[in-house]
Ligand binder design. Sequence first.
Ligand code: ATP
Ligand code: MG
Length: 178
Amino acid sequence: MPEGKGLLIIYTGPGKGKTTCALGTAFRAVGQGLRVLMVQFIKGSWHYGELDAAKLLGNDKIEIRPMGRGFVKIGGAETDPEDVRLCEQAWQFSLEQISSGRYDLVILDEINYVISYGMLDPEKVTAALAARPEQVHVICTGRNAHPRLVELADLVTEMREVKHPYTKGILAQRGIDY
Ligand code: ATP
Ligand code: MG
């Protein structure tokens, strides 16, 4: 097996840990001198700790690009065309960066989620990722990973919820959830 093969990795499922798992991989990759980009398809409503942590490491090591809006209204007729437009823009940007040779690892955060809500075409994404430069690692996170993407992937891990503090009414904690 060739050593420098870029993997397509998927972190999906309803349990907590998808984005943080991708960030953990990014942390490891930076330590090995890999250049990392994370494109966030859905920007959260909080200021995430990883944005500042990435700056501490240096923008030439890990770069995080929030490209969505704070809140997304999705589902059926309510899908806001503006969100679809931003999503498409984030995808085009991601594709350019994957092909640019600038990055060894590109994380497409919450892309599974936007695909599952019909905001991005799964066939288009799958075909483009299959045709990417072969040394580039790509991680796709988000619930409900599309079967076509799962089929193409080299590594798929599904987070299963065993317990989550939210069910006890404990809200998101700084440093753990954002
Ligand atoms: P994290 O970013 O903590 O790794 P995630 O990427 O697996 O979480 P998302 O589906 O992106 O989870 O949801 C983002 C937010 O929702 C996070 O604040 C996370 O703590 C929270 N969350 C994740 N899983 C659950 C769950 N099973 N129940 C309630 N809240 C959850
Ligand atoms: Mg996430």
